[in-house]
Design a protein around this ligand. Structure first.
Ligand code: B12
Length: 210
């Protein structure tokens, strides 16, 4: 018995072949079922597949770079078609210092924005002081931190503690693959949460959106 390739498999194959038109067609087809479907059921598994191929030496790091860049370019091409609502309360989304994996954080930023937040994505490798300055200046209701590398967890507790001391008391949400199965034991549910998926981020944040 042969299994049909999933949408994620097809997207990954198009990325690896450098087939921009094929990748865009695949992404557009998935987008018809929602941006969350495109992101979490197609792009995310496709990139995990690329990582698996790299870690067992089936593709080079250069091929992985090219495929990731193509994925980002395809998503950007669809941006004008996303149903962006008017911006609501502000949310800051950042990858913590040293963290260069930014695609997942950008997905969280986009899905929050599509759910009515004014999502401001600060990008990869945001230094703690830069993030805290931005929080002090713009007083977001929500601060989202994304971590992929296990090493990114090292300085997390001190950053969360500093964020908690901000006079604007933003809600704090921490997630990304480095946080799978983890908890911040000192993070009370009333102040924030640790979650793994972008969809879960949107659901959790909804209660603070007023
Ligand atoms: C692309 C990629 C890169 C690119 C990133 C480019 C970019 N612009 O983002 C580059 C080339 C920079 C890179 C570099 C490295 N990488 Co890399 N990379 C990947 C790869 C293939 C895909 C990552 C990705 O985009 N995934 C897709 C996104 C959508 O998924 P995601 O990030 O998990 O996000 C989802 C959820 O986690 C969630 N989410 C994300 N953030 C948040 C936040 C909150 C609050 C919530 C609720 C949810 C949430 O929502 C997203 C949607 O579902 C992974 C493979 C993998 N298994 O993920 C390896 C991987 C992450 N990389 C790895 C490694 C080892 C490295 C390097 C050390 C390699 C090296 N020697 O250079 C460096 C480290 C760089 C650094 N300091 O950060 C390892 C990490 C091992 C570990 N767990 O510690 C992986 C797993 C590869 C592997 N199989 O070993 N990488």
């Amino acid at each position: 018995m042969t299994l049909e390739p999933t949408e994620g498999d097809r997207f990954a194959s198009a990325l690896l072949a450098g087939d921009r038109a094929g990748a865009l067609a695949c992404a557009r087809e998935a987008f018809a079922c929602g941006v969350d479907h495109l992101y979490e059921d197609v792009v995310q598994p496709a990139l995990v597949r690329l990582g698996d191929l790299w870690s067992c030496n089936k593709i080079t790091i250069a091929e992985q770079h090219v495929a990731t860049a193509l994925a980002q370019s395809v998503l950007s091409a669809l941006y004008p078609e996303f149903p962006w609502p008017p911006p609501g309360p502000r949310a800051l989304i950042a990858c913590v210092a040293g963290e260069h994996h930014q695609l997942g954080a950008r997905m969280v930023a986009d899905l929050l924005t599509l759910d009515g937040w004014d999502g401001v994505f600060l990008g990869a490798d945001v230094a703690d002081d830069a993030l805290l300055d931005r929080v002090a200046q713009t007083r977001p209701g929500l601060v989202v931190l994304s971590l992929t590398m296990a090493t990114s967890r090292r300085a997390l507790a001190s950053l969360v503690a500093r964020l908690r001391r901000q006079p604007s008391s933003p809600k704090i949400l921490v997630g990304g693959s480095a946080m799978l199965g983890r908890e911040l034991s000192d993070l009370p549910a009333s102040a924030g949460a640790v979650l793994s998926s972008a969809r879960a981020a949107v659901d959790w944040a909804r209660r603070w959106k007023s």
